[in-house]
Design a protein. Structure first.
Length: 314
């Protein structure tokens, strides 16, 4: 336990020193390898805590240091608090919020989440029973997990990524327009909050041709000036990306057909010059106003923006 406490003291000191760029209410930076190591330690610790390990003093320290902060660790810790089903942890958190008189959008949403009733529904596509939560039959949570993750391989293990564990529904397509594009996507949630991740592999593509993909009309028409594209320096965790270039693109805005629904798209493009190959990972998430987390959607969007960094070519 002493070693774990020491790890989190280091985490606290690191989290106060961040050079973050902030646009559209989102912040972003490239963690170095040390910060990534701390992130994985945080994940390991919280998984242990979820399994009834009795270390609530460290939990209280995390609450003191991470709530509402602009760091990857903070976003991830908040995601854990939204997702945990451990009643002991929930009670400790509620007690902390009450004792410290914390009444923010995030804290109020947690109170609703922890007081919500589980309900099940069958997914139309495959008949799988899906768990969701209802607060007073007026606000809902779709039980999308943005905490537990694992490393997976894609396209015959040509690339890898950290993927959140969910009851994913998988669909694949034979592209009728371009035989040089392989494409499939996975989806979870629905109703008041859905998450889709699409995966594309572009073969025989030159570097000059990638620009038109970054600025595809599907994105620029939907998000207009809010569609941001940037090529990242291959530093920090991106030293291990295995790509000649890593470009990200993202946008926030209302749904094109139902404008009270808010959406976010977050794309990563990894290009390999030697093989004239590019891989695209695209997260899309939407929120209805009757979702419990609607007011804090940008924090969840922000975590997906950081997830773009955790993709690599093998």
């Amino acid at each position: 336990m002493k070693n774990r406490t020491f790890i989190f003291i280091l985490l606290f000191s690191f989290s106060t020193e961040i050079n973050a760029q902030q646009t559209n209410d989102l912040f972003f930076y490239i963690p170095d390898n040390e910060a990534m190591s701390y992130y994985l330690h945080l994940h390991s610790y919280l998984k242990s805590l979820e399994q009834n390990e009795d270390d609530y003093q460290t939990l209280l320290s995390l609450l003191d240091n991470y709530l509402g902060q602009n760091s990857l660790q903070s976003l991830f810790f908040e995601s854990f608090l939204r997702y945990t089903k451990n009643k002991n942890i929930q009670n400790e958190v509620l007690d902390y919020l009450s004792k410290n008189n914390i009444n923010t959008n995030f804290s109020n949403n947690l109170r609703k989440l922890y007081a919500s009733d589980p309900i099940t529904t069958k997914r139309r596509s495959d008949g799988l029973e899906i768990l969701r939560y209802s607060y007073n039959d007026s606000e809902f949570d779709e039980n999308i997990n943005l905490f537990h993750f694992r490393e997976v391989g894609l396209f015959d293990n040509e690339i890898g990524m950290l993927l959140f564990n969910n009851d994913w529904n998988t669909l694949s397509f034979d592209n009728p327009i371009n035989e040089n594009i392989e494409w499939f996507f996975i989806a979870c949630g629905g109703q008041t909050n859905a998450l889709t991740i699409s995966f594309r592999k572009y073969s025989n593509i030159t570097e000059d041709e990638t620009e038109s993909i970054y600025y595809a009309s599907a994105y620029t028409q939907k998000y207009q000036e809010n569609w941001k594209v940037t090529t990242l320096p291959l530093e920090g965790v991106l030293n291990r990306a295995g790509a000649d270039s890593v470009t990200i693109a993202y946008g926030l805005g209302p749904d094109a057909y139902v404008n009270i629904i808010e959406t976010g798209t977050f794309n990563a493009y990894l290009y390999n010059k030697k093989n004239n190959m590019m891989y695209e990972i695209s997260y899309f998430m939407n929120f209805s106003p009757i979702n419990i987390n609607y007011s804090e959607r940008n924090r969840m969007f922000n975590l997906l923006l950081f997830q773009l960094l955790f993709v690599f070519i093998n």
